[in-house]
Design a protein around this ligand. Structure first.
Ligand code: FAD
Length: 286
């Protein structure tokens, strides 16, 4: 199935994101997680890809294969390019083809002080162009409602984002955000810039304080006052923080759907309970 086609027949599209467990042995334990996520019948499940080394990419493909063949849900395979050359990317694309995994989220990935980038791909748009030259994969890209951390300003970031859709990205998935108005403003700017593909809103429900601090330091998401109040009030009461975090995420999603968003992408953090609670909260809206 071509994921781009789902957006033509359905709105909003619902997807989940998972990551391959770090330890190879834990891959066996992921079956129950996948089974629970797939029972919720998302339109697709995306699987993250390590920016460095081959261990993780094999696990990404393995998980994608399981999702497709064992659970009959379409996987979206993340693929980063900064630390790979063209030959290595071709090997990965060949593997994906053999497994009939034809949907790719093409990413640049982040630099690491320990790894020298291979420099054949500088940006995600280079990878998108390369994949599109090779074969008929369906490719999507990432976008940043509050701009990418390295970008000097939002306009520059959106102009570069346009290069991704010009290169063939047929939909975009957003970085997490907690203030819907920032997403609406971003969406409007993409339309002014001539970006006309569907954009899914990335939602990460907060389940603990450390997690939110880590995410905010990684991506710089703005925390609205009403959100900070929740964290401050319940930081030492994990169950209450979980309930409040879920309520906040569901509220965010309900408002996005009412505003006509193209799709919702839930960062599940491999916890089916998160996806379950959200799906219960929005079951008649999707
Ligand atoms: P790009 O689109 O290449 O942009 C990176 C920066 O370069 C931006 O500041 C952009 O404005 C700028 N830029 C783009 N083109 C040009 C140009 N031509 N000239 C000058 N500047 C330019 N990381 C992982 O390692 N694995 C994952 O599985 C993963 N999944 C993700 C999923 C989503 C939905 C999102 C939002 C992010 C994900 N990431 C993942 C993180 C991502 O790799 C980082 O955010 C990374 O820093 C940027 O990746 P990108 O593909 O958006 O890069």
């Amino acid at each position: 199935m071509n994921i781009a086609d789902v957006f033509k027949r359905k709105s909003p599209v619902l997807s989940f994101e998972i990551f391959p467990p770090k330890k190879a042995a834990a891959l066996y334990g992921i079956d129950e997680t996948l089974a629970e996520l797939c029972r919720l019948n998302p339109d697709f499940i995306s699987v993250t890809f390590g920016a460095f080394g081959s261990q993780v990419d094999n696990k990404t493909i393995e998980l994608g294969r399981k999702i497709k063949n064992d659970f009959h849900i379409e996987p979206l395979i993340h693929l980063t390019c900064l630390n790979y050359n063209k030959e290595e990317i071709l090997v990965i694309l060949k593997k994906l083809k053999e497994e009939k995994l034809f949907n790719i989220l093409a990413l640049r990935g982040d630099e690491s002080p320990d790894v020298t980038p291979k420099e054949e791909f500088k940006y995600a748009s280079d990878l998108i162009t390369f994949i599109k030259e090779q074969s008929d994969f369906s490719v999507c890209g990432a976008c940043y409602p509050e701009k990418h951390l390295e970008s000097p300003d939002a306009v520059t970031d959106i102009l570069y984002l346009k290069q991704k859709t010009d290169a063939g990205a047929s939909h975009l998935i957003s970085q997490l955000f907690f203030d819907n108005q920032l997403f609406y403003d971003f969406y409007e700017k993409t339309r002014i810039a001539g970006i006309n593909v569907p954009i899914q809103a990335g939602i990460m429900p907060v389940t603990n304080k450390k997690q939110i601090e880590r995410m905010v330091s990684l991506c710089g998401a703005t925390l609205p006052l009403k959100f900070k109040r929740i964290i401050n009030r319940y930081e030492d009461k994990p169950e209450a923080l979980f309930d409040a975090g879920m309520a906040y995420a569901i509220n965010q999603i309900v408002e996005l759907i009412a505003a006509g968003v193209d799709g919702i992408h839930i960062y599940t953090m491999n916890k089916p309970i998160i996806a379950k609670r959200i799906c219960e909260g929005i079951k008649t809206l999707i």
